[in-house]
Structure formats: C-alpha cells, structure tokens
Design a protein around this ligand. Structure first.
Ligand code: NAD
Length: 494
C-alpha cells in the first residue's frame, strides 16, 4: 500500500461522522435516553454514541418484524433475490466505508477488512440471494390416490445475536439465509462492534428492503440479547458466541415459547502435524495463520498444535519464523499482520493466560504486550510449550494470539489428544499419507476437518460444531435449516 493510501485511511477515519442509533422499522431511531459511548481499541478514540436499547425497544423491533413478515415472505423468491443483490451492490459501492468502520470498531487491520471481511460478507449475501430461487421442494412417494408436496416454509421473526470477532461476516452468515428464505430479522450485534451492520441496514433501505424486514437493536447482551432470547414472538434465534451464553439461550427458549435455536459456540481446535508432512514450511505458515490470524480471536482457531516428536524442533523453528507475519502494527497503516485485540481489558485477560503459561510451562516465542498509538490492546503472537496434558491452556478457549505446542508419538495418541476436549468445532491434519489422512479425519470429532490446510471455510460448505461447540450450521444450503421448516401438504383424490 502506498504512503498516500495510508494517509488517506487515517484522514478518512478522522472525517467519519458515525451514527450509532439503532435501526428499527426502516429508520434510525432516537431512544430518548442517553446512549453509551463506543471507542476504538486502535487508539481509544471516541467513535459514536450507541443507542442503549431496552426490552421495550426489542418489543417494538419484534412487532415491526412481525408486521413485515407476511408481505416479505409472500413475494417471489426471485423478487427477494433482486433486493438482496441490490444490497450487495450497494455494500460493494460502500466497501471502503464499511471496512473503515469495521477496522475502527474491532481493531482489525484495514488490509484485512478491505480484502476479507467486507468482500466476504458481500459474497455470502450474493451466494444466498442467488441460491434462493433455485431451491425446489419435494414430491415424496405416497400411496396411489394421493400426492404430497413438501415445501420449505420461513419461520417468521428470526432473532440473530452475533459476536465481535467477525462482526459483519458473521452477521451476514445469519442475515443472508434468513432474509433470502423470507423471514424478518431482528439482529443484535455485539456491543463492541455494532457500527458496520448498522450501516448495512441504512443501505438496505436504499436496496428496497421493506420497512421492518431488517432491524438492528444495539445494546448489552444481558438486556437486549436476553430480551430477544425470552421473547414470546420470536420464532427462531441464531446465535454465535460463547458456550456460556449459549446455555442461557437454551434455558430462555425453554422458559418462553420453545423458539428454535442454532448455536455456534466456542472451540479449542487442534492442528496435527505428522512427521511425513510433505512441506513442513507450508504447514508452519498455515499453522501460524490458524493460530494467530485476527489476533487469534477466531472460534475455530487452531490453538492446540500437536506435532510428531521427530519433527518437533524443526517445526518449532519454522513456526517461530512464520509467526513474525502476525506481529502487531497500526491497523490503519495498511500492513499485513495483526491489529489490536477487541479491547485493552480483553488483552489483560489474554496476557494473564500467557503469564499462567509462563509459570507452568515455557514461552517458546512472543509473550509481550505492545502499546501502539497510546493503546495497549496489542499482543505478540505467542507459543507456549511444556505444559501438563490436562493444563487449562490445552482445554479452555483463550481467544487471543496464544497457541500451545504439544509433541506426540503415535497416530492414536494424536487423535486421542485432539478429541480430548469438550468442544468439536474444527481440526486440521497434515500428512502425505492418503490412508492416514482418511483415517485421522474420520476419527476426529469436529464440524470441519481440514487436511493439509487449516481452517478451511467457504460459502458452499457448512460450518458449525459437535459437542459443546453447539448445533446448527452456518453457510451452505444447510443454513436454510435454521430459518425454515418443512411443511407437508397432502392431496387425497382417490
Ligand atoms: P459472547 O457470548 O459474550 O457474546 C456474543 C453475543 O451475545 C454478543 O452480541 C453479546 O452481547 C450477546 N450476549 C451476551 N450475554 C448475553 C445474554 N445473557 N443473553 C443474550 N445475549 C447475550 O461472546 P463474545 O465474547 O462476543 O465472542 C467470543 C465468543 O464467540 C467465543 O467463545 C467464540 O468461540 C465464539 N464464536 C464462535 C463462533 C462459531 O462460529 N462457533 C464464531 C465466532 C465466535
């Protein structure tokens, strides 16, 4: 990126006038009470005042969605496709602005929000818009004298609650299939990162999305999220976030109206490197990506690296080198590498994990904290080894740029170590032995197993977990299962 481009990003950031009011029933709304200031983890600058919605605002948004649902679900799939494709075009026209909002709000480098987060969200929106008028129902086999059809029906009002690590992309993983299949949505972004999706809601008006079909309610999880989870008129709730909050959502559904849930929760994913890996340097590059990309704040981060003992030392040297690509830098400078963690407070928590690792094992590289532009929300990519197998760092999600390294001897031992977790979101395997690749992939309990790569993901493949990583799948045609239900209509004529 040129020096001019760098100056431009900083100048554009300074010139932004950001609206933090919630979007309900087709417009931004004044709540008539003080909002909450939101600041950037990059340098602590004030960004906007976020509307502090309460239960009454959630009621208003749900009622608007309920009113909008019959008309939106009643138009043809092709008509919905055209509105959503227009929204995708508008997002592409505003891509720089959306990327800047995402960077300022989350601390991600602008080099990534411009190339990954915003284009990724647009691609997901286009994928579902294009899919929706190509899906057919079923004509099942029934006895003579009858015919039956199975159609996919939208559920009604869908709530979506999303986290701060990929604010726009994960919001779009929910919004795109829910809207395409004819539902009306009330989305609650994370309180740390509400700005980009609020802007998308503004653009949705220009795209022709009818009022009430998309609402964005800002505010705290305990108030706004809980109000959605316990709401009697929300038909389904799609969630991405922690396992702890997932449990409260299940309880709230049971106590209220049995709204159906899809839960993408936490993870502690393993990356297994066998000694027969064809290209150990490539495996190390990808392992660094798997552990440290997005400041390690990735639910499917490959934060447990298991390496066969004969190549342990060689691999460690390669990984140390590869990790230098994830050194923190000013997120607005246009550089690759890492930006700020979501907040200084979260960096404190991650730094405490590093100190625990230092006390009980060995920091193999990294471990330091950095201050950039007056913010101390930056951490070096860090690898810890020498921990007891049952150490908390092997089992609990750190959600920062911290990985653990464990040697293993046999294939059976590697599989047992990888599966020894309450989570089951993802796993990676590196080997040149085709039979071993199949054996190990089959034995791993994970929603996605990547072979000779890490963290493989695409719009066409389902993403989600086994065990306490949750249930339901984002992405692919399977995501429609979260937002539709099969309906049988049986015609008896004989
Ligand atoms: P979080 O669970 O604290 O918050 C997620 C969302 O839930 C936020 O919008 C928050 O406001 C809301 N929330 C908080 N308390 C709530 C409550 N009581 N009722 C309803 N809503 C509530 O998670 P986080 O800290 O924002 O994100 C990190 C977590 O998300 C990690 O555990 C990570 O693994 C997980 N995650 C999972 C996936 C996946 O696809 N499996 C993807 C990204 C992140």
């Amino acid at each position: 990126m040129t020096e001019l481009a760098v100056t431009t990003w900083a100048a554009r950031a300074a010139g932004l006038d950001i609206d933090g009011r919630p979007f309900i029933d087709g417009a931004r709304r004044e709540l008539g009470r003080p909002g909450r200031p939101t600041t950037s983890p990059i340098d602590g600058r004030a960004l906007a005042t976020l509307g502090a919605c309460g239960a009454a605002d959630v009621d208003t948004a749900v009622a608007a969605a309920r009113r909008a649902f019959p008309a939106w679900s009643g138009v043809s799939a092709e008509a919905r496709k055209h509105v959503l494709l227009r929204l995708a075009d508008l997002m592409a026209e505003h891509a720089d602005e959306l990327a800047l909002l995402e960077t300022l709000d989350s601390g991600k480098p602008i080099a990534q929000t411009t190339t990954v987060d915003v284009p990724g969200a647009i691609a997901t929106l286009r994928w579902y818009a294009e899919a929706i008028d190509k899906i057919a129902g079923e004509l099942p086999s029934v006895p003579p004298g009858a015919t039956a059809q199975v159609t996919r029906e939208p559920l009604g009002v869908v709530a979506a609650i999303v986290p701060w690590n990929f604010p726009l992309e994960i919001a779009m993983w929910k919004l795109a299939p829910a809207l395409a299949s004819g539902n009306a949505v009330v989305l609650k972004p994370a309180e740390q990162t509400s700005l980009s999706v609020l802007r998308v809601a503004d653009l949705a008006v220009r795209a022709g999305l009818p009022d009430g079909v998309l609402n964005v309610v800002t505010g705290s999880g305990r108030e706004v999220g809980a109000a959605l989870a316990g709401h009697m008129d929300v038909d389904a709730l799609a969630f991405t976030g922690s396992t702890a909050v997932s449990r409260t959502l299940l309880e709230a559904s049971g106590r209220s109206n049995l709204k159906r849930l899809s839960l993408e929760a936490g993870g502690k994913s393993s990356n297994i490197i066998f000694a027969d890996t064809a290209d150990l340097a490539q495996a190390a590059d990808k392992a660094a990506f798997g552990a440290f990309y997005n400041q390690g704040q990735v639910c499917s981060a490959n934060s447990r690296i298991l390496v066969q003992r004969e190549v342990h030392d060689e691999f460690l040297a390669l990984l140390r080198e590869a990790a230098t690509a994830y050194e923190p830098a000013d997120p607005l400078a246009g550089l690759d590498g890492n930006g700020a963690l979501i907040s200084s407070g979260h960096a404190d928590d991650v730094a405490a994990w590093i100190e625990r690792g230092r006390a009980d094992g060995t920091v193999l590289f990294g471990g330091g904290r950095r201050t950039i532009a007056g913010s101390d929300a930056y951490l070096e990519p860090t690898l810890i080894g020498g921990l007891a197998p049952d150490h908390a760092l092997h089992r609990e999600e750190v959600f920062g740029p911290v990985a653990v390294l464990q040697p293993f001897d046999t294939e059976e031992e590697a599989v047992a170590m990888a599966n020894d977790t309450e989570y089951g979101l993802a796993a990676s395997v590196w080997t040149a032995d085709l039979a071993r690749a199949h054996r190990v992939a089959a034995a791993l309990v994970a929603g996605t197993v990547s072979v000779n790569t890490v963290d493989a993901l695409g719009n066409s493949t389902p993403f989600g977990g086994f065990k306490q990583s949750g249930f339901g799948r984002d992405l692919s045609l399977h995501a429609f299962d979260n937002y539709t239900a099969p309906k049988t209509t049986w015609f008896q004529f004989g």
